[in-house]
Ligand binder design. Sequence first.
Ligand code: NAD
Length: 244
Amino acid sequence: MEDVKRAADLIKKAKYMVALTGAGMSTESGIPDFRSNRGIYETMPEDALSREVLERNPRRFYREGYRILDNLAQKKPNPGHLALSRLQEEGYLKEIITQNIDNLHTKAGSKEVYEVHGETRRVRCTACAYQGDFQVMKDQVEKGVIPPQCPECGRPLRPNVVMFGDPMPPAFEAALGAVERADTMLIIGSSLQVMPVAYLPQYVDHLIIINQEPTPFDTRAEVVIHRGAGQTLEEILKAMGLYV
Ligand code: NAD
């Protein structure tokens, strides 16, 4: 447990800590990640969640990629999300940059969450300014209306997530601001292989990585813990004298 103690010490010493979270943060909430050996890419081709497939082959998109976006609304935060929320409440953690689209940091009570790959609360029209609840899309997909249509102009709707081929959303600008302010970054459950997010850790002095598998930044980090996120974060909080 020496690594847990070192992580706790580094968090206490940090002047401004931000978190960067990926799909591994939410696997303990029953949402599979993409790249680990039980990840989504074992059963789904990598391009199924791309703008190209959405536009050129919507039937394929709604058969393959869409099923990952659906069903996220019922998922609940796990002890890891709650631990981060607690660290924020205590002032140790300032901002959270997440690649996740599952809304679980916000459900756990966290504030200043930058969803750099979008979110699954809302959908938007590809032609007009319409934005609506995810349910508007879900209802149509379930009735076989593919692509689902904008209730205002009739053109195709699309999910509010960032897919391969999409530009980064305004939340990425906010994330860059957070990185500029940070001296410490707590990275949890990310393979650190998806650009441009995977560039961010290089701009921060002190890195703590919690990930079940090795990442390209392990040699640069001061603490690396290759174990589950939820239990590890609970242990770190305990070492700091905090309870979730
Ligand atoms: P990734 O799938 O590339 O990597 C996830 C990493 O988490 C892996 O290295 C894995 O070893 C690790 N991991 C899995 N379970 C863990 C656990 N319990 N504790 C600690 N580590 C664990 O994920 P990524 O880097 O976030 O990139 C994938 C992309 O897919 C992201 O851009 C994200 O937008 C999207 N995605 C989101 C969700 C979600 O919202 N929950 C789920 C799947 C994919």
